[in-house]
Design a protein around this ligand. Sequence first.
Ligand SMILES: C[S@@+](CC[C@H](N)C(=O)[O-])C[C@H]1O[C@@H](n2cnc3c(N)ncnc32)[C@H](O)[C@@H]1O
Length: 245
Amino acid sequence: MSAPSQTPELPSSVAGHSFAPAPCYAAGPCLDLFCCEGGAGTGYALAGYAVTGVDIVPRPRYPFTFVLGDALEYLEAHGHEYDLIHASPPCQGYSHLTPEAHKGKYPKIIPALRELLRKIGNPYVIENVAGARHELENPVMLCGSMFGLRTRRHRWFETSFPVSAPRACDHSEMPLLVTTASKASRAKRHALGIAPKSVKNAPEAYGIGWMSSDGLKEAIPPAYTRHIGEAARRHNDQAQRPGPL
Ligand SMILES: C[S@@+](CC[C@H](N)C(=O)[O-])C[C@H]1O[C@@H](n2cnc3c(N)ncnc32)[C@H](O)[C@@H]1O
């Protein structure tokens, strides 16, 4: 696998939301490991990073430069080329939605991933679900309500630089349902040429308007990683500022 050379572009339809200021890719390259259809990657683009995603499955809806392959292999070979590295390893081994009896089938790769990220030494982020928070070191929890989104979708982020939640959760408003329809019901609607029932809520709930329902099941709202990407940039700027003489 070689590093891609395309210039990434933001999707024109980022949920129809106006994100200001427009991204200018002034922050350098960001690697989005286990990228799926680009929920996390879009947040880093909105924070000004030029994003490259890696996934083991082809992801034609991924909005940025895409590399098909194994995330850890790509990280080992190319991680040092990126100013910021994000990883969202599969959560099935940790998720409360996976039956206990089946959890053993899914590899828990967070420790190996962290070891490799630390060896590379560049700023990193590891994201996962509540079930994995004990495997993450000093994670910060982000919730859609902290960003004015109609979702809770709590996710935990271990970061190698300081990040705090923008505010406390506010669960006073009912979250919107996204991709709750069963696979069978989605297939039936697809056969009838009807859009999946709940995907229509994705822009308001997640700030996402370009994904399939499978992508939405996996995605984190871009607002979370925009917040983290901006914190990484601030931290980097401070580290580069000359100290008092
Ligand atoms: C939880 S999803 C990531 C969601 C993404 N961060 C977002 O916000 O849209 C995990 C992804 O990891 C991919 N994946 C699983 N094993 C992988 C591997 N060994 N290398 C690369 N990608 C892998 C899956 O295909 C899936 O798309």
